[in-house]
Design a protein around this ligand. Structure first.
Ligand code: PLP
Length: 419
């Protein structure tokens, strides 16, 4: 079977919820992947930062195989000998007391919303059913009904109402808007330290610190969604660390398993997470021994290979190299660590065309929200590999703006299912 055969099958029998770059990958190792035609590409998306440790990191593969050979699932009806160690190690690494294990990122966000509401009623004394959670415009926290209830993206919401009540939206990056939106019924403020899906939106310096202060003064929980920005991606273990801010709750996912399987967690102190009692929440696969063993090793790799420091240093190098291209088509280069967004001028054409052109040159990257291309390679990337990406990008920019093939241009005009 060839690329077109797989594409035809997927488009016929897979629901049409994505608009992938048309490459059919069959193998990966480190920063590289190979398609079914044998062509090699450098992966600059890392599955939206789930592959910070690179494809098939040998240590994580080993941990997975060893655990598969022993025990994969008990459910939480019984205990297993891996989950307690993951819980201890994740808490030691993050400095929190307790963690709630889930699978997908959206589930970790849902659990954080539940924790915040519970705290609002049981501790803050908010009247039953009245808890409010403040969220930001252009956020991305996942795809469940409750999570899209506080999305501001029509593409994510239209056709899926009625929505979960209890959420308020303020502009991202505006601390005074938070202060103004808080009422006695506000339980929490949920925010991404950097908005990844919205186009790598970096808030003004000091934003998170101000937000922390406002939340503390008003007895509002600060929830940082670190699912994409955490675990080294932004040049610190967590993006909140850039401002030395300690949120009340953090959500972690994606790279928590080094790209092996869905593993997520909501992490916090005992005063909030300790409010859960048996029966209030759960997940058949949450905390399963396979996921726990894999996550333990994935975390050790992040620490022992100093991936946050690598990301910080290589991210600065990568960003500078893109700036040094001095391309008239680029409006802005932004990001922290190896979460980099390149925004094109409107006349430069749709970012999708750049992603398609990069693919032809052996680099996989993805456009997000029209004008932005995201470069977020695995954190194990080398300087030489970054040079390769920048070289290909320079070659693509040299022939831009695009006389894109007609088919591409037509696609670019369609609404973009962002991810
Ligand atoms: C990817 C992402 C999620 C959702 O994670 P899933 O595993 O896709 O449910 C939530 N928040 C942020 C910031 C993300 O980037």
């Amino acid at each position: 079977m060839h690329t077109e055969d797989y594409i035809r099958l997927e488009d016929t029998h897979g629901t049409n919820t994505y608009h992938p770059i048309d490459v059919v990958i069959e193998r990966g190792e480190g920063v590289w992947v190979w398609d079914v035609e044998g062509k090699r590409y450098l992966d600059c998306l890392s599955a939206y930062s789930a592959l910070n440790q690179g494809h098939r990191h040998p240590r994580i593969v080993r941990a997975l195989i060893d655990q598969v050979d022993r025990l994969t699932l008990t459910s939480r009806a019984f205990r297993n000998n891996q989950f307690p160690l993951l819980a201890k190690e994740l808490c030691a690494l993050t400095g929190y007391d307790m963690m709630l294990p889930m699978n997908s990122g959206a589930e970790a966000v849902e659990a954080a919303v539940k924790a915040a509401r519970l705290w609002g009623y049981r501790v803050k004394g908010i009247p039953d059913g009245k808890a409010e959670i403040i969220t930001c415009g252009d956020n991305f926290h996942g795809r469940t009904i409750t999570v899209i209830s506080f999305s501001t993206e029509p593409l994510y919401r239209d056709g899926f109402g009625p929505f979960t009540p209890g959420f308020k939206s303020i502009p991202f990056g505006d601390a005074s808007a938070l202060e103004a939106a808080i009422t006695p019924n506000t339980a929490a403020f949920l925010v991404e330290p950097i908005q990844g899906e919205a186009g790598v939106n970096v808030p003004p310096d000091g934003y998170l610190r101000k937000v922390r202060d406002i939340c503390t003064r008003n007895r509002v929980l600060l929830i940082a969604d670190e699912i994409q920005t955490g675990l080294g991606r932004c040049g610190q273990l967590f993006a909140s660390d850039w401002e030395e801010v300690t949120p009340d709750l953090i959500t972690i996912g994606k790279a928590l398993s080094g790209g092996m399987m869905p593993v997520s967690a909501t992490v916090g102190m005992r005063d909030v997470m300790g409010l859960f009692t048996p029966g209030m929440h759960g997940s058949t696969f949450g905390g399963n021994p396979l996921a726990s063993a894999v996550a333990r090793e994935a975390l050790r790799v992040i620490v022992e290979e100093e991936l946050p420091r690598r990301s910080r240093e290589l991210g600065a190098y990568f960003q500078q190299a893109i700036r040094d291209l001095n391309s008239p088509h680029i409006a802005e280069v932004r990001g922290k660590g190896l979460l980099i967004g390149v925004e094109f001028h409107p006349e430069a054409g749709h970012a999708r065309n750049y992603a398609e052109a990069l693919k032809e040159r052996g680099v996989l990257a993805k456009d997000t929200h029209g004008a932005v291309i995201r470069f977020a390679p695995p954190l194990v990337i080398s300087r030489e590999e970054i040079d390769f990406v920048v070289e290909q990008f320079a070659a693509v920019l040299a022939t831009a703006p695009y006389p894109a093939p007609e088919s591409l241009r037509m696609r670019a005009a369609e609404p973009q299912p962002a991810e």
